[in-house]
Design a protein around this ligand. Structure first.
Ligand code: SF4
Ligand code: SF4
Ligand code: SF4
Length: 330
């Protein structure tokens, strides 16, 4: 197989080459970096930042992202295997080269941080479409907003991480996530544990690719700065308008996600929730966050709003699954 590129380099974005996460803060003055850190710090300990401050936070400008080009994925599951090994997960019941897993629609769980599903594509003789699924690392994550103890952190690198030492197992994050991603490890009942993709945070801090992107032999996964990933995605669509749907999934959904997708098949046919708001869920509850002194007292109200906003996601997801079953049965 010919060499495929897995990370962006100078050829892809001449002015903004991605070489090391250490360069992340290069576009920030120390003062600005510190003020952003203070804002994050306030959130981390449950203190309200000044009422205006939260409205000024524009995200992390140099954060990383991943482009999944669904038209390139061949369903080899090398990414699943690499993720399993990188995270010291137990071996799966069926081996990674067992194609029978594609007979059902799987979802990330306490046993697998990412899975690849197959979707039949009746209108196209080129064969089925494969979709890799994992946490999308939202720019303003609802999981972090919902967590009353601030066990989640949106890092400057883009990864949404989680501190199991803080978690007390309420599972509000599981319900709040618009993509249904955090999995609860029921086998550790006395040690609450949420499991999801953490964007290989330790690796990307060291300037490495994520394990899944490193393992992908087909060029379906490209890692780089999110802004450059977006340019690459737009270029592919513009250069091949007949091949791709004119939509970068994750560019705007719930305020944007670090993990982005392009596809030759409409996203709704692949089980993506397609009626999400373009504003982050946190923004829709921002009035509460910026005007009350103690977040714990208002948390039920915020959580209620998040729940109402995400409830339709489950309905749509259910409809999507039923639709896939129908397609698969054809
Ligand atoms: S996809 Fe869900 S779990 Fe992942 S960052 Fe977004 S809200 Fe959190
Ligand atoms: S980024 Fe890392 S943790 Fe996430 S799916 Fe890829 S290999 Fe797994
Ligand atoms: S390794 Fe790449 S080609 Fe193989 S299933 Fe994963 S994303 Fe698709």
């Amino acid at each position: 197989m010919s060499r495929v590129k897995k990370g962006l380099d100078k050829e892809d974005h001449k002015q903004d080459a991605v070489k090391s996460p250490n360069a992340l803060s290069s576009g920030l003055t120390r003062r600005k970096f510190l003020s952003l850190s203070m804002l994050a710090g306030c959130a981390a300990i449950g203190l309200p930042a000044k009422a205006h401050a939260i409205n000024e936070f524009k995200g992390w400008p140099g954060s990383y992202g991943m482009l999944t080009d669904l038209s390139a994925c061949v369903g080899c599951r090398s990414c699943e295997k690499a993720c399993n090994e990188e995270n010291n997960m137990p071996s799966p019941e069926r081996s990674f080269d067992d194609g029978s897993v594609f007979n059902e629609q799987r979802w990330p769980s306490a046993k697998a941080l990412t899975v690849v599903n197959r979707y039949n594509n009746p209108g196209d003789s080129s064969g089925p479409v494969y979709r890799k699924i994992q946490c999308n690392h939202c720019l303003e994550p609802a999981c972090a907003t919902a967590c009353p103890i601030h066990a989640y952190t949106k890092t400057a690198e883009g990864a949404v991480t989680y501190n199991p030492d803080l978690c007390f197992g309420c599972r509000y994050c599981v319900i709040a996530c618009p993509f249904n991603m955090p999995a609860y490890d029921y086998e550790s009942a006395f040690e609450p544990k949420i499991i999801k993709c953490f964007f290989c945070y330790e690796r990307i801090k060291e300037g490495k690719l994520t394990a899944c992107a490193d393992a992908c032999p087909a060029g379906a996964l490209t890692f780089g700065r999110r802004k450059d990933i977006l340019k690459l995605a737009r270029k592919r669509i513009n250069d091949n308008p007949k091949k791709y749907i004119d939509h970068i999934y994750g560019e705007n959904e719930v305020g944007g996600t670090s993990w982005l997708y392009i596809s030759s098949v409409p996203f709704e046919q692949l089980g993506f929730p397609t009626n999400l708001p373009s504003k982050p869920l946190i923004e829709l509850s921002r009035g509460y966050l910026s005007t009350v002194p103690v977040i714990f007292t208002t948390f039920p109200a915020i959580f209620g709003m998040l729940y109402a906003l995400t409830r339709h996601r489950d309905k749509e997801s259910e409809e999507g699954h039923n639709q896939h079953k129908e397609v698969d049965n054809e």
